[in-house]
Write a protein that binds this ligand. Structure first.
Ligand code: ADP
Length: 408
């Protein structure tokens, strides 16, 4: 069975065609700058790579080009669209409606649209992607996999904010979290890696990429996570500030004469590593600058490691300990120095990194010292595979149900 996984971002569209029996990626690619005149598609198969520069006015046009690239020309991965058996869509915001992945129908689409208020760019783009796939492959099931559903197990005391309760009732203002599919995937892989069931482990998962989030998973259930109503909260990130005193917002608005939307832009796009270092939002560039003696780059780097360390400490307190800490994302997977900085000085809490294992690269592994009470794992994330697995499960389950008309 071939499953097309579609991940529509605000101005991009990533996709993978996955054979679910072998879990092999048959083709994958990315449309960038969707909605502009200089959009382009990069499409890769085992044997070929294709790049097309063409205006893609919206996500519908992007889906049309993706489907065409999958079946036409020397870079074709399949003979016809009929060889796509189902489509799995990544949806950023599932709000309070979705605690698991679901088959998409009109009601699901209406709810995704309703939730666009909480993730305006992402949910609308995803909806366009869904409708374009429904139009192009009308006889195939479309499944929605939500970034937020992994956090539906958060207790009330974790997801509520200490603001007037009426705001929660009126607007649904609460913590929803993000990166849920990634946290779910790396937690499952790490449990396999340490050879113990997830349901018997206290785990802290850290997704450290451009966006960063940390999640506490107690015996398989997410009990807290660092991102909030939006992906701005929590750990310091590439361009996002993470958690700060909320009074900073009104102070900056008053003193810099900024509107709500300008300050939103400042905290989302001009803060984090970029804002503090003044050099870059990219951790590699920040590290280069600090090795050349740039003091603000050093400050940004230390603040980043400190911010992750503090979340690990919080969640250890919350769960009364931790058995496994898992790291993923561009920074979590590739930077031994950041990993060392995050865990530095945590020996009294039973956390010791093995220096040699920390410097190995590129595969799932345990990097803690054999004397470390807490195991530390590095697991490359694979959200697309998780979406494909969810899609397969729902499609498989549904196809076991004999339609009523056939029962007669
Ligand atoms: P996204 O969240 O967009 O998927 P990634 O998971 O690819 O992003 O993470 C991007 C981040 O990972 C960037 O800050 C990049 O500098 C960082 N990164 C990648 N490789 C390294 C490395 N070897 N050392 C330090 N940081 C790295």
């Amino acid at each position: 069975m071939n499953i097309l996984v579609v991940n529509a971002g605000s101005s991009s569209l990533k996709y993978q065609l996955i054979n679910i029996e072998t879990e092999k990626v048959i083709a994958k690619g990315l449309c960038e700058r969707v909605g502009t005149a200089d959009s382009f598609l990069k499409h890769t198969t085992d044997t070929d790579e294709l790049s097309i520069k063409t205006p893609l006015p919206d996500h519908e046009a992007a889906i049309d080009l993706v489907l065409k690239s999958l079946v036409e020309g020397s870079h074709a991965a399949i003979d016809s669209i009929d060889q796509i058996d189902a489509v799995g869509h990544r949806i950023v915001q599932g709000g309070m409606y979705f605690d698991k992945s679901v088959l998409i129908d009109d009601d699901v689409k209406a709810k995704i649209l309703e939730l666009a208020e909480l993730a305006p760019l992402h949910n609308r783009a995803a909806l366009q992607g869904i409708e374009a796939c429904q139009a192009a492959i009308p006889n195939r099931m479309q499944i929605a996999v939500f970034d937020t559903s992994f956090f539906s197990t958060l207790p009330r005391k974790a997801y509520m904010y200490a603001i007037p309760y009426e705001l929660y009732e009126k607007y649904g203002i609460r913590k929803y979290g993000a990166h849920g599919t990634s946290h779910r995937y790396i937690a499952q892989r790490a449990a396999k890696l340490v050879g113990e069931p997830l349901s018997e482990l206290k785990m802290i998962t850290c997704h450290l990429g451009n966006g960063c989030s940390v999640t506490a998973i107690d015996h398989g259930m997410a009990v807290d996570t660092s991102m909030g109503l939006t992906p701005l909260d929590g750990v310091m990130m590439g361009t996002r500030c993470g958690s700060i005193d909320p009074a900073v917002v009104t102070f900056v608005m008053e003193h810099e004469h900024m509107t709500a939307s300008e300050v939103n832009d400042l905290l989302n796009k001009k803060s984090g590593l970029l804002g503090v270092s003044g050099v870059s939002n990219d951790m590699r560039t920040v590290v280069e600058a600090l090795t050349e003696g740039n003091d603000r780059a050093l400050l940004a780097y230390s603040m980043f490691a400190n911010s992750v360390k503090k979340y690990i400490g919080q969640y250890m307190a919350l769960m009364a300990g931790v058995d496994v800490v898992v790291l993923t994302g561009g920074i979590g997977e590739n930077s031994p120095d950041i990993r060392r900085a995050i865990f530095a000085g945590m020996q009294p809490m039973g956390i010791v990194v093995d220096n040699m294992k920390n410097h190995q690269r590129g595969f799932e592994r345990i990097i803690s010292h054999e004397k470390s009470k807490v195991r530390i794992c590095v697991v490359p994330t694979n959200e697309e595979l998780m979406i494909a697995r969810d899609t397969y499960e729902i499609v498989h389950e549904r196809s076991q149900i004999v339609p009523y008309s056939e029962k007669e």
